[in-house]
Write a new protein. Structure first.
Length: 421
């Protein structure tokens, strides 16, 4: 099939988004035993996954479970500590580019356990060389972030907090088994965060939820205008890993994103059309340094915790625990390592990078070349020629390919030309 036919055959496939691979079995031939090696790496970002939540939202695609007892929370942190200290001992000379603590809802941990988590963050970073733009971040939700926890976060040197808001519509959220946060609650948390010393608050919003309307999205942005966080991240609903079916057309999603983009940029946020992160600063891309390193530069990362993902130049690995309901038996083994490891050829590593870079609406041919081990401009010659001719992508500085407004309408079809050739 030629590139044009391939593109047209993909424009109505909702599975084509930032997920890669599309199905775990696509990597079956690369699966191997043992853990993923990081030998030869110089830079890495760390990620800690805390899978616990006070409720389970129906649209959520992440590995999460209801908050267990304090004893199990503590055991979870003990297991994390074992894995982190082992990795540090085996890789003493890495430079840490970023560090995200996500989930789940890390701040849902009981106060004592949350304090243990922050000390674990200290242990993970102590003695490490930190990149000059190192900017750690932690995820939370409005009802799960006390002033005490905010102060502790800042005291441990984490100055970015990302709040999952998703929507401000109470009926819409209730339909998805989630409680809404009022504008007043949100404003108060942001004020307390700033008072505690947090420099950047990000708010996550989603579009494409079942029964969501353009009017409700505009109401979300009225709230953003009121509380004015430093960063806003837009997530298009992905249904690859959930039981939900997409309910909005590609045209509706395009219109929704366009409205959100126009309004956010009117409010003074910086972003390039097609990018999902918006920032009041033109310099930080709206991202933690973990995400900058992983999404924009294809950098390697090490994930700790239940089903956390890692990537090095050897391949990609997932820790144990995907779709687990009872965590106790796994904690008895005192490690999350040993899930699935895939030793990937360069093309697959590059595919993974391009798929995830789709969040930013662009990817770098230079970084793609590093992962491929050859010149990406030459390797992707036919895809690049087609996309530039059709005005689906534009090329800046001969290195970065960015989605155009025309391309964004079917961005999954455009980017997938580079990872499912
Ligand atoms: S969306 Fe957030 S709060 Fe809801 S289940 Fe997923 S991780 Fe938990």
């Amino acid at each position: 099939m030629n590139i044009a036919d391939l593109y047209h055959s993909r424009i109505s496939n909702p599975l084509l988004n930032t997920s890669y691979p599309l199905h775990p079995e696509d990597w079956g031939q690369y699966q191997t035993s043992g853990t993923l090696g990081f030998d030869g790496e110089e830079d890495v970002s760390f990620y800690i996954h805390i899978p616990f939540c006070p409720h389970l939202c129906s649209y959520c695609e992440y590995t999460r479970m209801l908050l267990p007892t304090k004893e199990l929370q503590q055991q979870y942190l003990d297991t994390l500590k074992t894995d982190i200290l082992r990795f540090k001992a085996e890789h003493p000379h890495l430079t840490l580019k970023g560090f995200d603590i996500g989930g789940g809802t890390p701040t849902a941990l009981n106060d004592d356990c949350f304090s243990t988590l922050l000390h674990l963050y200290d242990e993970a970073t102590n003695g490490q060389t930190l990149a000059t733009d190192f900017e750690p971040s932690i995820e939370s939700t409005v009802g799960m972030l006390s002033t005490t926890k905010l102060e502790a976060i800042a005291q441990h040197g984490i100055r970015r907090v990302s709040l999952g808001l998703q929507s401000t519509s109470a009926p819409l959220l209730h339909e998805h088994r989630r409680r809404e946060a009022t504008t007043e609650e949100l404003a108060l948390v942001i004020d307390h965060a700033h008072d505690a010393g947090i420099k950047k608050v990000n708010i996550d919003l989603m579009y494409g939820l079942q029964h969501q309307t353009l009017e409700s999205l505009m109401a979300d942005l009225d709230v953003i205008q009121h509380v004015h966080p430093e960063q806003v991240t837009l997530y298009e609903l992905r249904t690859n890993m959930t039981r939900q079916k997409p309910t909005h057309t590609a045209d509706w999603l395009f219109e929704a994103y366009s409205l959100l983009f126009d309004r956010l940029t009117d409010l003074g946020y910086h972003a390039q059309f097609g990018q999902n992160t918006f920032s009041v600063s033109p310099n930080d891309q709206g991202l933690s340094s973990y995400l900058r390193h992983r999404m924009l530069q294809g950098g390697c990362y090490k994930g700790f915790g239940l089903s956390a993902q890692s990537m090095s130049h050897e391949g990609v690995a997932y820790n144990k625990g995907k779709n687990l309901n009872n965590i106790a038996p796994l904690l008895a083994s005192n490690t999350f390592e040993g899930g699935h490891t895939y030793r990937l050829p360069p093309q697959e590593l590059c595919s993974k990078y391009i798929a995830i870079a789709g969040y930013g609406g662009r990817f770098s041919l230079r970084h793609a070349s590093v992962l491929l081990g050859r010149d990406a401009q030459e390797y992707f010659h036919s895809q690049i020629t087609f996309c530039l001719q059709e005005n689906l992508l534009s090329c800046s500085k001969n290195d970065t390919l960015s989605i155009t407004p025309k391309g964004f309408r079917h961005h999954g079809a455009v980017f997938s030309l580079f990872y499912l050739p």
